[in-house]
Design a binder for this molecule. Structure first.
Ligand code: 8YV
Length: 326
């Protein structure tokens, strides 16, 4: 009998097509809403494999109830919604979709940077409000990016592309901080490793590209913002949980830092009355980092191929807990 796969949300068709071509029986959860916890547990009981989204909370109680699963393949590079330790305890491989969305996400970070430095979202809003009356020689001035220092927190795949974009376009000097040095990325991007405090002190633009982990959760708080330049811009396209949003609002209101560009917020979705949305030096997007046809198609393909490869040769392509295979 063929193995059964549950896809927890409608995603690009290529996933279902590939899974079916490989002889798997596929159920795609219909509708435009995420499955509730109860729905997820109930339907996961009936299948062998799960193609999940980051809106599905796969915690230890979930794995305790669904320990029969052969594999969980996530349609996202981030997997902070999954208790990988629990999955590993039950010998369940967990997969993600790196690389295919890196350029798309770096483009959003790069776009936010330009938008913030020239107050683009705010100026656009002024037109909508009928406030474009005349040429203003002194109002709403931004700043130029040429020769500035870009600080990358988390120099991996996405951070490296952001570094290359900023270097190529503006000749920026790139510094970075990671838990451990990334020699490959240093060679690719010319980025220089610095300790965390130096990153905060020297960055004109600080762009976050790390995973959300217990170590990075809430890391960018009032204490950290107070160590940054008053003229600096904070960019986060990784996970909203990495910054403390109340502290960020305060840092912007008090001019502890100059501006912010966010594609991820804390919490998500952001409420329409959030003060960040009214600030001239802030640009916020609703988590669209991977929202290109190319990236989302690549994510769907890779998420499906991870399951197919696991059933065909025991080895998924991009697994986050490879120890379970030994
Ligand atoms: C997804 C993301 O859009 O891949 C990630 O980690 O944040 C985005 O690409 C989102 O997680 C939906 O699954």
């Amino acid at each position: 009998m063929s193995k059964k796969v549950l896809v927890t949300r409608i995603i690009p068709n290529i996933a279902e097509d590939l899974l079916k071509q490989a002889g798997l029986a596929v159920t795609v959860w219909p509708g435009d809403k995420s499955m509730t916890k109860e729905e997820l547990v109930q339907h996961a009981q009936k299948v062998n494999a799960l193609l999940s989204l980051s809106s599905n909370k796969l915690d230890r109680p979930f794995f305790e109830t669904c320990k029969h699963l052969d594999i969980v393949s996530q349609f996202a590079v981030g997997f902070d919604n999954i208790d990988v330790g629990a999955a590993t305890d039950f010998k369940i491989p967990v997969c993600n979709t790196p690389d295919v969305l890196s350029a798309a996400t770096a483009d959003v970070a790069f776009g936010l940077l330009i938008a913030v430095s020239r107050k683009m979202f705010y100026n656009h809003k002024l037109i909508l409000q009928g406030e474009w009356k005349q040429f203003e020689p002194l109002k709403n001035l931004g700043f130029e990016l040429t020769g500035k220092t870009l600080g990358i927190f988390g120099l991996g795949r996405i951070g490296s592309i952001m570094a290359q974009r900023c270097k190529g376009a503006y000749g920026m000097n790139v510094i970075y901080h990671n838990r451990s040095r990334n020699a490959y990325a240093e060679k690719e991007t010319g980025a220089q490793y610095v300790d965390f405090d130096t990153l905060l002190r020297e960055s004109d633009i600080l762009s976050v590209h790390s995973a959300l982990t217990p170590q990075t959760k809430g890391l960018f708080d009032k204490h950290v913002f107070s160590k940054m330049k008053k003229t600096s811009v904070f960019i986060n396209t990784a996970r909203g949980g990495i910054h403390n949003e109340t502290d960020l609002i305060e840092a912007l209101q008090n001019q502890t830092i100059w501006g912010a560009g966010l594609d991820v917020t804390n919490p998500e979705p952001m409420l329409a009355n959030n003060p960040l949305l009214d600030m001239p030096n802030v640009a916020v997007l609703p988590h669209i980092g991977s929202a290109t046809l190319e990236a989302r198609t690549g994510m769907a393909r890779l998420a499906a191929e991870n399951i197919i490869s696991f059933y065909q040769n025991g080895k998924p392509i991009t697994i986050v807990n490879p120890d379970v295979l030994s």
